[in-house]
Design a protein. Structure first.
Length: 339
């Protein structure tokens, strides 16, 4: 039986390890350079190695696992409460080890290479979309200074800006036309990059079985399916769909005391991007539920009549999260049930 837990505080170049027994006694401390980490664990008896889920933690987890150790990742916010005295690398490592020994502690699943590829695609797309949004807002704001207004949306900007550049009767000067032309070229370049990333995402989801299963659920498209795969893999880390929905932050936030239960809005914990995608997917479903007769649509339509639109949207997102988890975890496509 493993009795030693190694709390590993990772960094770019200098790593700190603390060996802790099952009774919480520190038996050894070790500081090492990055290049010496794998050699150190290769010469160490198999143990439980625990790290914070942060930059490069998935890489180190996979490599240390290959050396025969059991590796766990833990959310950094859980570690803070167990750090005693002042903050330093050894105290951080000791807190990581102590925190991991609690029976009710939850851990972060270790991502494989394909999940990291999926996550990188999504993050690149997110950055490009933000850059394009900032650029479009800048273009609209500067055009207003010349008395020219463009409606919201990509299509409106693509249609109106070339017309403004070609119109010789408006208030744009030669310098302004030149600058706006350059900004428009930059905008088109960003749009082209986003389209290329979208094609890569669709190609990835077509080749991935879990992504294909996720897309059988109504309201789940390629981007959401890829985000699900990057975040939870096969979903086995969660006990059930409710556990996953709570992890996504799609459940009420509780603040109860004195035996009185008080519930507020959703907790907004977990993966921010995944939660937003699930809510957007639920919004798209909610817009067409009145035209469908399956059980999910009927339930959503009744909820839409009783509750406000946003409340119904989040409730439907919660239901979709539980459904898509069941589909992925049980490896079985979703089938709509008619009334």
């Amino acid at each position: 039986m493993k009795t030693i837990t190694i709390g590993l505080d990772i960094a770019k170049n200098v790593f700190h390890a603390v060996f802790v027994t099952s009774h919480g006694k520190v038996t050894k401390k070790k500081q090492m350079k990055r290049a010496a980490v794998l050699k150190f664990f290769a010469n160490t008896e198999p143990a439980i190695v625990v790290m914070e889920a942060c930059g490069s933690s998935n890489y180190w987890a996979r490599e240390i696992q290959k050396l025969g150790h059991e590796v766990k990742l833990i959310a950094p916010q859980y570690v803070v409460a167990y750090r005693r005295k002042n903050k330093n690398d050894y105290n951080d490592a000791e807190a990581i080890a102590e925190c991991s020994q609690r029976d009710d502690m939850s851990f972060v699943p270790i991502k494989d290479i394909e999940q990291q590829d999926a996550q990188m695609l999504l993050r690149i797309r997110e950055r490009l979309v933000k850059q394009r949004t900032k650029l479009s807002n800048q273009i609209r704001g500067m055009l207003l200074e010349y008395g020219l207004c463009i409606n919201k949306g990509t299509a409106a900007l693509r249609r109106a800006l070339p017309e403004f550049l070609e119109d010789a009767d408006n208030s744009l000067t030669w310098t302004a036309r030149s600058l706006f032309s350059e900004l428009y070229e930059e905008y088109l370049l960003l749009s082209d990059k986003i389209e290329k990333v979208d094609k890569k995402i669709k190609a990835f989801t077509k080749e991935n079985e879990l992504c294909q299963l996720a897309q059988t659920v109504t309201g789940i498209g390629p981007i959401t399916a890829l985000a699900l795969y990057a975040a939870i893999g096969n979903g086995k880390h969660f006990a059930n769909g409710r556990h996953f929905a709570a992890w996504c932050g799609l459940v009420p936030r509780q603040h109860s005391t004195g035996g009185k239960s008080v519930l507020y809005g959703i907790s907004k914990k977990g993966n921010i991007v995944l939660r937003a995608l699930l809510v957007h997917g639920a919004r798209s479903v909610l817009n067409v539920v009145d035209k469908k007769e399956d059980k999910l649509s009927v339930w959503a339509a009744n909820l839409k009549m009783k509750k406000s639109y946003n409340v119904a949207c989040v409730a439907l997102a919660n239901k979709l999260a539980r459904v898509v988890w069941s589909v992925i975890a049980n490896n079985r496509p979703y089938e709509l049930k008619m009334v």
